[in-house]
Design a protein around this ligand. Structure first.
Ligand SMILES: Cc1cc2nc3c(=O)[nH]c(=O)nc-3n(C[C@H](O)[C@H](O)[C@H](O)COP(=O)(O)OP(=O)(O)OC[C@H]3O[C@@H](n4cnc5c(N)ncnc54)[C@H](O)[C@@H]3O)c2cc1C
Length: 461
């Protein structure tokens, strides 16, 4: 338990109703999307940058572990508390501080819900491109810490590509101001990009200046059905080889299609459909029909193509997207626990990788369900297992290690968007060379000499 003196000092620093150490609140903030639970010592609700400075100074002085928290929707254990440590929830720092359409930027606090940013931007014909599937509830601070992305990343990039500046607090309670408000700027080291994706291990982000883009006039959706996973992946290659860059290029395998059947969106698929692609292009009303025609001519005649459905209405597209986004939970029909990977391979190796996954699926007794952002080569590979079956769990971990080694041998990477947290840190040493890893640890030490910011995450032991 945290001592009475520490709790009192935190309450004095933050004011009343901002420090909670009762069992109910601690339990509420003890987990994220992973199936683990760790009880923190207290949950803090700062309302300003100065509150965060004050609490970090106290945590530094008392060597208390600090775990930042947005919505707790992360699926790698990033927001899991440290036992008896502090959880800093940014729910009360949820204001949009400035919207400047002329300079195409928005200044936000970390607790703003991701989709609220896009909603406000659209009132002035602009949009915020990163679109994680959890955007209706995830907070921008969590997105920044994980460098979140979504289907639009194939054309527009990831969170890191849409941030101009940050304000943050280091592990010693120092204020860090990075970047600038202009669309160009090269002064000094790029700490903005360093902090994005650092998973709360270097600093707590208290403010972000986000870059906005002109919203496309229109979007067209194609739905493509294939006789095999491999043929769908070969179609991805055909799309990515020609000049029209889609704004989304998503894949679902047979088991994913089965999982969305209750939504009705798979009712009209042609017989023999084993894989589905959703391809979208955006732009002006004039250009989009030409972009669609170019894509269709690239795709026509491809191996195993059963149907290209064009002219998908907005309602149909929205239903398909809702079904696609529901997959994260819908796959649980196969087994209570999903071991959820989000590996990336070069697009040129996607077909080989999907073949490899099919073979892996035949070797192990549990279902493997794959879907994801095929245009980036980013697949969510889900091993569907029963946590109380020790043998199955051991096999799943063996399967995982084997798969990760293959991804790396294909020139890929461990994580495209979900991050490392607690769940993948054992594998980091397989991808990052020892000298590079040592330098990363040294950087962490500069930002957080006591090692109190999100300990036990990101780095292997
Ligand atoms: C159904 C579902 C769909 C998803 N789809 C996607 C997707 O398409 N793309 C994607 O990238 N992810 C996706 N995710 C994962 C998750 O939503 C993202 O990682 C998201 O960015 C987490 O945001 P959060 O507010 O929930 O953060 P949390 O889970 O609360 O925290 C995530 C990490 O950020 C740190 N953190 C939070 N706030 C701060 C701060 N202010 N300063 C420093 N560190 C901080 C935490 O310590 C933790 O390490 C999905 C998750 C679910 C459940």
């Amino acid at each position: 338990m945290l001592s009475h003196d520490v709790l009192q000092a935190l309450t004095t620093a933050l004011g009343p109703d901002r420090v909670f150490a009762d069992p109910e609140t601690r339990a509420l903030y003890s987990s994220d999307e992973t199936p683990r639970q760790v009880m923190p010592g207290a949950v803090l609700f700062p309302a300003s940058h100065d509150h965060v400075v004050a609490l970090m100074r106290l945590a530094h002085a008392h060597k208390l572990p600090v775990v930042a928290r947005g919505a707790g929707s992360g699926n790698v254990g990033g927001a899991l508390p440290v036992a008896n440590g502090l959880v800093v929830s940014f729910e009360c720092m949820n204001r949009i501080l400035e919207f400047d359409p002329l300079n195409r930027l928005m200044v936000v606090q970390p607790g703003v819900v991701t989709e609220d940013i896009g909603e406000l931007a659209r009132t002035q014909g602009l949009f915020y491109a990163p679109d994680p599937g959890s955007g209706a509830y995830s907070r921008i601070g969590g997105n920044l810490a994980m460098n979140a992305a979504g289907p639009h990343a194939v054309k527009y990039g990831v969170t890191r590509d849409h941030v101009l500046a940050l304000k943050a607090v280091t592990g010693e309670g120092k204020t860090l101001v990075t970047g600038c408000r202009t669309s160009k700027g090269v002064t000094g080291y790029d700490f903005t990009r360093l902090l994005i994706g650092s998973e709360g291990t270097l600093a707590l982000i208290t403010e972000a200046t986000l870059k906005l883009l002109p919203a496309p006039e229109t979007v067209a959706t194609l739905r493509l059905c294939f006789a095999s996973n491999r043929s769908a992946c070969l179609a991805v290659e055909r799309v990515m080889r020609q000049p029209v860059l889609p704004c989304a290029l998503e894949i679902m395998d047979r088991r994913s299609i089965e999982a969305i059947r209750p939504t009705g969106t798979a009712d009209d698929l042609p017989a023999g459909t084993e894989a589905l692609l959703m391809v979208e292009v955006d732009g002006t009303q004039r250009e989009v029909p030409h972009l669609v025609a170019a894509l269709k001519s690239a795709l026509n005649g491809g191996e195993g193509l059963l149907e290209i459905r064009e002219g998908v209405t907005r309602e149909q597209a929205q239903a398909l997207w809702a079904a696609r986004k529901s997959l994260s939970h819908a796959v649980k029909r196969y087994a209570p626990l999903k071991i959820n990977e989000d590996v990336v391979v070069p697009v040129s190796r996607l077909a080989d990788f999907i073949d490899y996954l099919d073979k892996l699926g035949n070797l192990y007794p549990f279902p493997i369900v794959s879907f994801g952002h095929a245009g980036n080569g980013n697949l969510h590979v889900n091993l569907m297992v029963h946590p109380d079956n020790t043998q199955e769990m051991a096999q799943a971990h063996e399967c995982l290690l084997e798969m990760i080694r293959t991804v790396l041998a294909f020139g890929g990477t461990l994580s495209g968007e979900h991050g490392i947290g607690t769940e993948k840190r054992d594998y980091v040493g397989l991808e990052i060379q020892p000298d590079t890893l040592a330098l990363m640890r040294a950087v962490k030490h500069q930002f957080d000499p006591m090692g109190i910011l999100n300990p036990g995450k990101l780095f292997p032991d």
